[in-house]
Design a protein around this ligand. Structure first.
Ligand SMILES: Cc1cc2nc3c(=O)[nH]c(=O)nc-3n(C[C@H](O)[C@H](O)[C@H](O)COP(=O)(O)OP(=O)(O)OC[C@H]3O[C@@H](n4cnc5c(N)ncnc54)[C@H](O)[C@@H]3O)c2cc1C
Length: 444
């Protein structure tokens, strides 16, 4: 996208008058006018969201429910996204994230297919030491969180997005580039249209083309591990108990789904994971059974098996002029604690609160001051989780005897210190820190 800009220090006003994006912007600087020749804009929005994944859709819904004009674009076809085998994943939704879904009125569509997590048992390979979280220890009897199939979340979000009059969900369609001016941004879409917006949110995933185009640098590394995701049916009920079993190659998580089903997130060395994924069904089932154990009776793999290369990535900045990063465009963490999407949901809750409060005051939602507040609010949470999940993975994914002794001591210490255990439980539930209103279950 090209337009001419002959001054850096410009200020403009009134460019969104009556909801229409003017094609000319001028102001006297050094007594000479600065003139922008903007390309033809085919649509106006207050907020443009690149990416209709779980975080992009949720952000769009949160803002459009409060009356903001929102456009979301995504290159994936929504009907493909809703197919049973689209990503084969389930997510551990922390209690705080379920509060956001409840506050936005999305929970009734999800609840019937959400399995409450009542207990979590964390075990280290062959050690008898177990760290046991029980929701009853927190007194209010709320579950620690829920396991929900991503397909179910996506269905609820897409249906809601389609029903909101001030939300335009355009897919399949990609954002090809974004140009910024003092008063807003103009995004070029893959069908040739141009959308003008006050603010652009990049919710375009870990490779984030918009983050790269804005020149935002990242700290990142790849783990030599792959996350294998599949699901099993078992004979005995799981009673809402999630199990995290640390094996030398990485954690093997058994997450309770509705009915006698569990989702498995199995971290394995990358070379071995490639071979495991390619095994015939019976051989793959045998490999799963060896690691799963027999505590739920005989098991039978169901659904697709998928492999996800694992990496850590933190964007050095979360904002650029008229641009904010949300979800995995801003941070990618190891799935050891099942917190990646929860971080993204907290990004959404914080950004939606800032944007809506700013708009209610009649101010510009894309102003630098608003973006800086978002960055300050959200970066620390992601940094802490990235460090903690990286540290846990390094500490537990090995068979080194001295490290095993240290971690077993750690598990025992936490298990026997109720105040520390309660704090860690509340943290895993996403209820610690400066919480946005939606996470507290309050409306925007
Ligand atoms: C094995 C595994 C298990 C996990 N388990 C959990 C868990 O239990 N709990 C949890 O909280 N988290 C979990 N996570 C993390 C979680 O899945 C992710 O954090 C989350 O799905 C990221 O969502 P997102 O919307 O930010 O990004 P994405 O889902 O990557 O969505 C990005 C979207 O942007 C679109 N896009 C790309 N380019 C463009 C463009 N140019 N224009 C417009 N759109 C574009 C893409 O098509 C895509 O739809 C897990 C991750 C893995 C790998």
């Amino acid at each position: 996208m090209v337009w001419t800009k002959r001054r850096q220090d410009y200020v403009t006003a009134g460019l969104f008058e009556s909801g229409s994006f003017l094609r000319r912007c001028s102001r006297e600087v050094d007594s000479r006018p600065v003139v922008f020749h903007l390309p033809a804009v085919t649509k106006d929005a207050e907020l443009l969201i690149a990416g209709g994944g779980l975080t992009g859709l949720l952000l769009g819904i949160a803002c459009a429910s409060a009356g903001l004009a929102v456009t979301i674009v995504d290159p994936e076809d929504p009907s493909a996204m809703l197919r049973q085998g689209f990503d084969g994943r389930s997510s551990a939704i922390a209690y705080g994230s379920s509060q956001v879904l409840k506050a936005l009125g999305l929970w009734p569509e999800i609840a019937a297919e959400a399995q409450p997590i009542l207990e979590i048992r964390i075990a280290d390979h062959e050690s008898p030491q177990i760290l046991h979280y029980d929701h009853r220890d927190l007194g209010n009897h709320a579950p620690l969180g829920y396991i929900v199939e991503n397909r179910v979340l996506r269905r609820a979000l897409i249906e809601r997005a389609r029903s909101l009059p001030s939300l335009d969900f355009s897919a399949p369609l990609a954002v090809r580039g974004v140009g910024t001016l003092c008063f807003g941004a103009v995004a070029a879409l893959s069908d040739g249209r141009r959308v003008a917006a006050r603010l652009v949110a990049a919710a375009d995933g870990q490779a984030s083309p918009l983050r790269r185009a804005a020149g935002i640098r990242t700290v990142e590394w790849r783990y030599r591990q792959t996350g294998i995701v599949t699901a099993v049916r078992h004979k005995r009920p799981h009673h809402g108990i999630a199990v995290e079993h640390f094996l030398p190659a990485g954690p093997f998580a058994i997450l309770p789904m509705t009915g006698n089903r569990s989702s498995i997130v199995w971290t394995e060395r990358a070379e071995l994971a490639r071979r495991l994924i390619a095994l015939p069904d019976s051989a793959f089932a045998a490999e799963v059974a060896v690691r799963f154990g027999d505590f739920l009776g005989p098991i039978e793999p169901i659904g697709p098996r998928r492999a996800y290369p694992l990496a850590l990535m933190l964007a050095q900045r979360y904002v650029a002029p008229r641009l904010v990063l949300v979800g995995e465009a801003a941070h990618l963490i190891h799935p050891i604690a099942g917190q990646g999407l929860n971080l993204g949901i907290r990004d959404v809750a914080a950004l939606a609160e800032l944007v809506i409060d700013t708009r209610r005051l009649g101010l510009d939602i894309g102003e630098e001051r608003v973006l800086r507040r978002y960055e300050k609010w959200r970066r620390f949470d992601a940094l802490v989780l990235a460090v903690v999940t990286d540290g846990l993975n390094r500490m537990f994914s090995n068979a080194i005897v001295p490290l095993r002794l240290v971690r077993d001591f750690g598990l025992a210490a936490v298990d026997h210190l109720p105040p520390l255990k309660r704090l860690l439980m509340r943290d895993a539930m996403g209820l610690v820190g400066d919480l946005p209103r939606l996470v507290r279950g309050e409306p925007l």
